[in-house]
Design a protein around this ligand. Sequence first.
Ligand SMILES: NC(=O)c1ccc[n+]([C@@H]2O[C@H](COP(=O)([O-])OP(=O)(O)OC[C@H]3O[C@@H](n4cnc5c(N)ncnc54)[C@H](OP(=O)(O)O)[C@@H]3O)[C@@H](O)[C@H]2O)c1
Length: 385
Amino acid sequence: MHDSNETKLTPSRRTVLGGIGAGLVASALPMMAASAAETAKIGPKTVNRQWLLKSRPKEKLSLDNFEYKEVALGDTTLKAGDIIVRNKVFAPIPSQRVRMADGTSFEALYRPMSLGKPVEASAIAEVVKSENPKFPVGALMNVGGAGWQDYVRLNADQLTRQSVLPAGLDPIDVSSVYGVNGITAYFGLLRLGEPKEGDTVVVSGASGSVGQTVLQIARIKGCKVIGIAGGKEKCAKLVNDYGIQGTIDYKSENVAEKLKTLAPNGVNVFYDNVGGTIMQDVVDQMAKFGRVVLCGAISAYDSKNLAPGPRDMLRVIIYSVKLQGFQITDFIGERDVALADLRKWKEQGLIKHKVDVREGFKNLPEAFFSLFTGEKEGTLLVKIA
Ligand SMILES: NC(=O)c1ccc[n+]([C@@H]2O[C@H](COP(=O)([O-])OP(=O)(O)OC[C@H]3O[C@@H](n4cnc5c(N)ncnc54)[C@H](OP(=O)(O)O)[C@@H]3O)[C@@H](O)[C@H]2O)c1
């Protein structure tokens, strides 16, 4: 694939359809290498921009829940083993929204973010000061505890399980198809969904980061693939870009009715990213021994509502349907298995990956909101100048 499918974009936004971010290699890498001169300038007065979580959203998230701040970096002398990194690419994910709330029943597993601290997030970052030979200045790494800020100081203890990115790997690829979402798509579909050739596979949130990869793996496995997304244009692109067999535009079509025509014999595998009424409509049409992969429930995240279950459990019982949730951490030890297949499929031209790249630190909250409005396609990334 190539990068000629750029959509209409504002100056701070562009979408690229590429063979795993192919179109971004040229633009992303110079940015990554640009900060050698900056390294020399890092000092106590260096400005560290931050977006703090100011308050917990009562209902829908708004800009009022965040506070923009510029603070001095402070003491930049490092002990042996310490480094300072500069965040370069953020990949906002829906579950960050869940962690902005508190009072959930699953806080032991999904700890709420702290108020008054940079919004918790991971980032691809560049080492800009180092007293650690394993992390030389200029190296790129994936920093789990980066937070929405420019700089992070990491001590030797925090680096014991970290490594720099292999040379030649595009940081955009690492944040998208080879990132957590690509691996989530892989294990969720193949281990829980167990798709077989000829199965009908339905994917909700199909135009999103996880969804787009699920669609294509299901297609590779010889399934009939139906994607559910918001908007006629998005649905048309799912067919054109990923070669799937059918779509449902949940914003203008009746999901249950359209599904009856697209899957007259029922659904064998349902990969659900969305929850709510879309999930209920599809579970009502599962085939005998169908598998429902409960990956996410984004329709409930930006609200105070709980994520409800299927409305007809008798259907689940009588059709011997298996419903299973999972967290990608369940499979993280096997990550290399997924990466090997994803790389192979990419090299064979079987998988494409759409990334929606926004620019500018100040745009982080606004970009984040688009996860919930659907004003994005593929994997959302925010590149920091
Ligand atoms: N279990 C795990 O370990 C794991 C790991 C990663 C992600 N996840 C989950 O997987 C899901 C997808 O994540 P992602 O990173 O792919 O997100 P994403 O890129 O933001 O895609 C999510 C898609 O959901 C759609 N959507 C948003 N609000 C919706 C609503 N109210 N009703 C229906 N569709 C809606 C949006 O597109 P439209 O324009 O079509 O609305 C969007 O493209 C999320 O629920 C996330 O929490 C789970």
